[in-house]
Write a protein that binds this ligand. Structure first.
Ligand code: OAD
Length: 254
């Protein structure tokens, strides 16, 4: 009997529109901690959920700015891992055959861009660019580290990371693009996410309703593990390169 990875690779090889959603687990092998890992070093006594809010920034902009700058520096020091690189290859393989690939990510680290993915939909924004609290002007080229906390903006506001904080609304364009993709895909991959934060957690249901094959790649079981067609347990940096390789070997054999 073929193993689940080979069977999923066969489905991948014949898919016409693949949607993948990634979460913090995909960047864990680049040494970026996941959200539900305990915070490290100086920040060990802080609670991420309390720092990642507009209220926290209003009450203590210096601490929130310093914390995000610490994470920004870590993201810029990190390198894409084989999981990111395999997803960029998957995009190239599909688009070169005039097939469709949509990458949705909850990650703010931009490692998918740096691995070669061309247009990931960043549902939670990104931590590399910061923006003015008054005008929303984006500043993509700030120094590393950012020299002042909080950093004043030229318009008299403050600079804040261009991420979506708890209690804030996701970009409507990003969410609509994600829904459209999920409604029209025939294979949906959920990778390295605990699959608990909406709306991302609902995308798989939309894909399933559309008749897509659903698969999860995660180091640990999650709330969706029993509901997907394929649940592959392990590190995404190990599984994704094997899956993409097997799919495109398969394609060559057809
Ligand atoms: P989580 O920290 O909730 O979950 C990370 C998932 O990755 C867990 O299910 C781990 O088992 C899995 N994992 C860890 N290492 C892995 C590896 N090497 N390979 C595969 N899987 C691995 O992160 P997210 O699901 O991304 O929201 O969290 C979603 C959102 O919740 C985040 O974007 C953030 C957070 O609250 C906001 O900031 C708005």
């Amino acid at each position: 009997m073929p193993d689940p990875l080979s069977t999923l690779a066969t489905r991948l090889a014949s898919a016409r529109h693949v949607v993948a959603i990634t979460g913090a687990g995909v960047s864990a092998e680049s040494n970026i901690p996941t959200y539900r890992d305990k915070m490290e070093g100086l920040w060990a006594s802080f609670d991420f959920q309390k720092l990642a809010t507009p209220e926290a920034f209003a009450a203590d902009p210096e601490t929130v700015s310093r914390w995000y700058d610490f994470r920004r520096t870590k993201c810029l020091d990190a390198q894409p891992n084989p999981g990111h690189i395999a997803l960029a290859r998957l995009e190239r393989e599909l688009t070169s055959r005039s097939l469709r690939f949509t990458l949705l990510t909850q990650n703010v680290d931009r490692l998918h861009h740096r691995a070669g993915s061309t247009n990931p939909i960043e549902l939670h924004g990104n931590i590399i660019h910061w923006r003015c609290t008054k005008t929303n002007t984006r500043y993509p080229d700030l120094p590393v580290p950012i020299p002042r906390h909080p950093m004043p903006s030229p318009a008299g506001g403050l600079l804040r990371p261009d991420v979506v904080w708890f209690g804030e609304t996701l970009s409507e364009a990003a969410v609509l693009a994600a829904y459209e993709a999920c409604e029209h895909c025939d294979l949906f991959l959920s990778i390295g996410t605990s699959a608990v934060v909406y709306p991302a957690a609902g995308f798989i249901q939309i894909a399933r309703k559309a008749g897509a094959t659903t698969a999860e790649i995660n180091r640990d079981p999650t709330p969706i593990s029993d509901a997907v067609d394929f649940s592959l347990q392990g590190n995404s940096g190990d599984i994704l390169p094997k899956l993409v390789e097997a799919a495109f070997d398969e394609a060559l054999r057809r």
